[in-house]
Design a protein around this ligand. Structure first.
Ligand SMILES: [Zn+2]
Length: 288
């Protein structure tokens, strides 16, 4: 869908952008998707509609008028997920990410500026607004801070929570990037959830008895292999942050377990259990 041009085949009305002096042929029936236009037609339509009243002047730049007319004439479809999206890697602590066919997703900068200006100002139908939010949500994994901030600003706490789980450790962002967060409270919620998540990851690493797990102890090597696992998890716990894939880090010592089938099965089961538990640990601001 193009956001830079607009053309309507069966126009029966004209809308003009006054500042740019550009006119667009439109369908009156499509304008009914806006409360503002609905009200306008109710109060201004009489039995003697003149030719002049077939044109409506809007004091808006043509770029905004194009976006408005697009939303009214071709209601947005939800973003389309890419095949295989959200597949879980059983040996990774990283969250699976939804991926989309990018040609079906409205770009985030357009959403947070022009699209939302239009949606608010012209009071578009709730179904259109809901779909616009699905497009914002589709950017949660790739632009977590922007989506978190924008959703927080509009009280969309579920979407803010979804985005919050993809944020990197806050200290790793440049100050410029952090400035997008709309309030000290919103910033603090991210600090809290990241702190809680880090504590949970360390707790899972250090306190939970993951190895051997599920396949029982190997009668020959248990003590020596458990010591290898133990040394790696303690070393990892010192340098871990919320962005660390702890399961993948533990998996780097797999060579030390390959000499015995039973030990290796137990090792893989332990890595997968660690991955599962760390994926499930608190990570969203709406879980606080
Ligand atoms: Zn063994």
């Amino acid at each position: 869908m193009s956001w830079t041009s607009f053309h309507c085949e069966d126009a029966d009305f004209t809308i003009r952008s006054v500042p740019d002096d550009v006119s667009f042929g439109v369908r009156r029936s499509s304008l009914q998707n806006s409360q503002v236009f609905r009200d306008m037609f109710i109060c201004c339509d009489g039995p003697n509609t003149s030719a002049d009243s077939q044109t409506l002047d809007l004091n808006e730049p043509s770029q905004l008028v194009i976006v408005l007319l697009r939303l009214l004439h071709d209601p947005l479809e939800p973003p389309v997920e890419a095949p295989g999206s959200e597949e879980v890697n059983l040996s990774s602590s990283q969250l699976p990410r939804k991926r989309y066919d990018l040609s079906t997703v409205v770009p985030l900068p357009l959403l947070t500026t022009v699209v939302f200006d239009v949606v608010d100002k012209y009071m578009l139908d709730p179904s259109i607004i809901d779909t616009v939010w699905l497009h914002v949500k589709a950017h949660a994994a790739t632009d977590p801070l922007e989506v978190y901030s924008f959703a927080t600003l509009h009280d969309q706490l579920g979407i803010a929570g979804k985005a919050s789980q993809y944020a990197m450790p806050l200290a790793s962002y440049r100050t410029d990037a952090i400035k997008v967060i709309p309030s000290v409270e919103a910033y603090h919620r991210l600090v809290q959830v990241q702190d809680l998540r880090l504590a949970s990851i360390k707790n899972i690493l250090l306190s939970e008895n993951l190895f051997p797990h599920g396949y029982g102890k190997c009668p020959v090597h248990n003590a020596s292999k458990a010591a290898i696992w133990d040394a790696q998890r303690k070393a990892l716990a010192i340098r871990v942050n919320i962005g660390t894939d702890v399961a993948a880090e533990m998996a780097t010592i797999s060579q030390d377990f390959r000499d015995c089938e039973q030990c290796f099965k137990a090792f893989r089961a332990a890595v997968e259990m660690l991955a599962y538990k760390t994926r499930k640990a608190t990570r969203r601001t709406d879980q606080l």
